[in-house]
Design a protein around this ligand. Structure first.
Ligand code: S3P
Length: 169
């Protein structure tokens, strides 16, 4: 199995760690949001505004089905990707899934200055952001916790993941 898939809430660090992990494994790196933006010729906020969230969710689903033929790749997913339809099952079939677990305060801290490019939180003040994450994280965790590996913050390093999944690759 040579597809590694990072999942978790917005702001948990999937893209940053994904790039490092790809380098450490000598794999290609694939960011789902970037791939969807490139395929649509639009930014994520534009897709949400012009075509709606449900269209974006369809694009995410198509992205997962396209993973089947991939090899030697680290994928960072959008925070909502595992949480719609049978996507989490498909992700588990497509590769080794890893949930990057973060607490609500950590996510708030990491997202408060990174709201603009994320349509689900773009218009929210700090208090609204805290409420939004507090409500949504437990709902989404039901999906995230179906990952093959669940990593607490201190284990979220490329080296730890490399050792952890060594036998699975
Ligand atoms: C979303 C997360 C975003 C992006 C879109 C929707 C979500 O990705 O896919 O804005 O539903 O949580 P990141 O997790 O990379 O921010």
């Amino acid at each position: 199995m040579s597809v590694v898939i990072l999942i978790g809430f917005m702001g948990c660090g999937k893209t940053t760690l994904g790039r490092k992990l790809a380098r450490a494994l000598d794999y290609r790196f694939l960011d789902a949001d970037d791939a969807i933006e490139a395929a649509e010729g639009m930014s994520i906020p534009e897709i949400f505004a012009q075509k709606g969230e449900s269209h974006f969710r369809q694009l995410e689903h198509q992205f997962i089905t396209g993973l089947r033929d991939r090899q030697n790749v680290v994928v960072s997913t959008g925070g909502g990707m595992p949480c719609f339809g049978n996507n989490m099952d498909l992700l588990n079939e497509a590769g080794t899934t890893i949930y990057l677990k973060r607490s609500v305060p950590e996510l708030v801290h990491r997202l408060v200055h990174a709201r603009k490019q994320r349509p689900l939180i773009a218009g929210k003040n700090r208090k609204e952001l805290v409420d939004f994450i507090s409500e949504l994280l437990p709902v989404r965790e039901k999906y995230y916790l179906q990952a093959a590996f669940v990593l607490e913050r201190d284990a979220q390093t490329a080296e730890t993941i490399r050792e952890l999944i060594g036998g699975d690759l």
